[in-house]
Design a protein around this ligand. Structure first.
Ligand code: FAD
Length: 408
């Protein structure tokens, strides 16, 4: 039996390795359009590869989260940790359940998988873009010339085109009449309306709250990065896919720039400083609380002059300043493009696939896995967890469907 895996990223390689480990007689070929496989993995986790998360479960995903169940029951994080350790890759759990290679290098993940591919005789065909899949009487024909009995679509989503992912999966499957939920960028920055360029480069720990018509949709505390276009950083990236899906008509972000201090304590602190140091400038006051550019921008919004001595700042204005620091409301305009996104929200409609096997409901022996499916995880190792688990479940399904399971 010949299995063609389209896309040599995390899910495709996990599927290929798992297939061959279970049954060496299956001929597995991976077709990758880039000059090398797994290029994206090298960039994950800032070059350290946040390979999974010990807490990964449906609650960390958006899209058709019910669909994850079988893959995560069979291959939960600890099972994927074991999968890698059985190949010789040691992993370590860090803060918030994030798991990384002990080596601290994403290249360790790639090299371990590459050596498995070599040892298991998996064909890696790089610089080979598949853009056409035809159903034949007994199987499939790729690009009008490559025959396969089963096809796995692991060509990713539309995010981060420089790693080879430009929505190829969706185009290929559209021609087979397989539906896609509109893909939008996720895990990226958000563009704010009339955002001040002067804040570019500022970083500050904030509580970030996404609101639609006054209703809280998401909230998280963490480091926010201020850019000339708007906001990024993990707490912002987490809701970017959700925001992109909702559209930006009534979306606002509220920033608490001083999350570890209550509003009442802040107001009394500001008033105490005013009493103690009446000659101190307003700029000096905010510099004791916030990064300089951010503090000065808060003064500007409150119409307090930077050089104004505190004794001349009214109690009312000081209260306004304190309240703004705790509750700065920013109107959102858009998310950044796919080019700057880490993942795709949307993708192949899960109604098209059987959740227990990941096989197409329309075409026997056609499977879709990884980011191509309408499931997206939050930051923290969840997307790779889905890539490994869906790849491994797919391998099992191919063997079962074709009665190739070997008795252990
Ligand atoms: C900068 C960055 C950092 C990230 N960090 C993390 C992290 O630390 N932890 C985490 O969990 N997730 C992270 N992610 C997300 C994670 O990398 C992806 O969700 C995951 O790699 C998806 O796996 P996949 O196999 O579905 O697709 P991909 O890994 O994207 O692989 C798809 C492959 O298919 C190839 N391809 C596409 N079209 C075709 C075609 N027509 N023919 C042949 N080949 C094709 C592509 O070139 C690519 O190699 C990060 C993403 C980015 C961009």
């Amino acid at each position: 039996m010949k299995v063609a895996v389209i896309g040599g990223g995390a899910s495709g390689i996990a599927c290929a390795v798992s297939l061959k480990k279970q049954n060496k007689s299956v001929d597995v070929a991976v077709y990758e359009k880039m000059p090398r496989v797994m290029k994206k993995i090298l960039a994950t986790g800032n070059g350290r590869c946040n390979i999974t998360n010990v807490y990964s479960s449906e609650e960390y995903f958006r899209g058709s989260t019910e669909f994850l169940k079988t893959a995560f029951e069979k291959y939960p994080p600890k099972e994927n940790i074991r999968f890698f350790s059985s190949m010789g890759l040691l992993l370590r759990e860090e803060a918030q359940g994030r798991v990384y290679p002990v080596s601290g290098q994403a290249s360790s993940v790639v090299n371990i998988l590459l050596s498995q591919c070599e040892g298991l005789n998996i064909g890696l065909f790089t610089d080979t873009e598949i853009d056409r899949i035809e159903k034949t009487e007994n199987g499939f024909l790729l690009n009008g010339k490559i025959k396969a009995d089963a096809v796995v679509i692991s060509a990713g989503g539309s995010a981060a085109k420089s790693f080879g992912t430009d929505g190829g999966s969706f185009k290929m499957l559209k021609r087979l009449n397989i539906k896609t939920t509109k893909p939008v960028p996720a895990l990226t920055g958000v563009i704010a309306e009339n955002f001040p360029k002067a804040l570019k480069g500022v970083r500050n720990i904030c509580t970030v709250t996404l609101e639609e018509n006054g209703k809280t949709l998401y909230t998280e505390k963490g480091e926010v990065q201020f850019n000339d276009y708007g906001l990024s950083g993990i707490p912002v990236m987490q809701f970017s896919g959700l925001a992109a899906r909702l559209g930006f008509k009534n979306l606002f972000v509220r920033l608490d720039l001083l999350p570890d201090m209550g509003e009442a304590s802040l107001l009394s602190f500001l008033s105490d400083i005013k009493k103690l140091y009446p000659e101190k400038s307003s700029e000096e006051l905010v510099q004791g609380i916030l990064p300089k550019a951010l503090g000065n921008y808060m003064l500007l919004l409150c119409k307090i002059k930077r050089d104004c001595p505190l004794k001349n700042v009214s109690d009312e204005a000081l209260k306004r300043l304190g309240r703004l620091i705790k509750n700065w409301k920013i109107k959102l305009a858009a998310v950044r493009d796919f080019e700057f996104a880490q993942t795709t929200s949307g993708g192949i409609d899960t109604d098209e696939l059987c959740p227990k096997t990941l096989m197409s409901r329309k075409y026997r022996n056609l499977f879709v896995i990884g980011e191509a499916v309408n499931i997206d995880g939050l930051c923290g190792g969840h997307n790779l967890q889905w890539a490994w688990s869906s790849g491994r479940l797919c391998a099992d399904s191919i063997l079962k469907e074709n009665k190739l399971v070997k008795n252990k």
